[in-house]
Design a protein around this ligand. Structure first.
Ligand SMILES: [Zn+2]
Length: 256
């Protein structure tokens, strides 16, 4: 395996991530919340930026790109074709099933509309790693700004179907707050309880709670568990369609 990943904090609670191929030196940033933090992370590792993998159009994910393009004139920017109008500097607009490349490393593009219409995730299948932006968080999910809840549920279901061992990187460090809501839905879930305790320890030590894994989220994240009787009962919707249960969970979290 030649892929290494370096995660660093940006702005207040955003994560930037560098994906590096040690064989060729090719390096991508996944989103660019802040050029300065990305440049510092590159300098720390001694890596040169060749690509940017953009998940969605929100400013806190793309605003660093223009400055990075100035510093690295050959930078290739990948991002959602469906949001090309809102991400003007895209070199490689991609859609479902396309491959984004970082040197020899290959990421399959998964369209995950919901948080935004054009949101995409990048799945490096050979390296069991996925970058999910603001669609899936640990113990939570992104706010649904641009589609119906049911569309976001389908997007989360696509991510949930990835192999359990898949490492999941997310756009924000929201795990602790997400855990407080999750505990109101499944207070009796021992795996959730253990995760909340682990997160408290990590945060107290100033450490990230990410990456997570698909298997860990399936066991503890209420937004992936809308089919579970315990979750359905918690929102008074036993036997309801999972998409509807998901919508109720999301609406409750918005008010939480
Ligand atoms: Zn966002």
């Amino acid at each position: 395996m030649t892929m290494s990943v370096h995660q660093y904090l940006c702005l207040t609670d955003n994560y930037g991530v560098l994906v590096h191929d040690s064989a060729t030196g090719a390096t991508a940033c996944v989103d660019a919340p802040e050029a300065g933090a990305t440049l510092a992370a590159l300098a720390e590792r001694g890596w040169n930026l060749t690509d940017a993998l953009i998940t969605h159009h929100h400013a806190d994910h793309i605003q660093g790109v223009p400055e990075l393009k100035t510093k690295f004139p050959n930078l290739k920017v990948w991002g959602p074709a469906k949001d090309a109008a809102r991400i003007p500097f895209l070199d490689h607009p991609v859609k479902e099933g396309d491959a984004a490349r970082v040197g020899p490393l290959k990421a399959k593009v998964i369209e995950t509309p919901g948080h935004t219409l054009g949101h995409i995730a990048y799945h490096f299948e050979e390296d069991d790693t996925a970058f999910c932006g603001d669609t899936l968080f640990s113990l939570g999910c992104g706010r649904v700004f641009e589609t119906a809840y049911a569309v976001m549920w389908s997007s989360l279901a696509k991510l949930a179907a990835l192999p359990g061992e898949t490492l999941v990187y997310c756009g924000h460090e929201y795990t602790q707050a997400n855990g407080r809501f999750a505990a109101t839905i499944e207070p009796g879930n021992p795996i959730l309880k253990a995760r909340i305790e682990e997160v408290a320890r990590l945060r107290a030590a100033g450490r990230p709670t990410l990456p997570t894994t698909i298997a860990a989220e399936l066991a503890a994240n209420p937004f992936l568990r809308a089919e579970e009787p315990t979750v359905q009962a918690a929102v008074g919707m036993k036997g309801a369609e999972p998409a509807a249960v998901f919508g109720e969970l999301r609406a409750r979290k918005d008010r939480f």
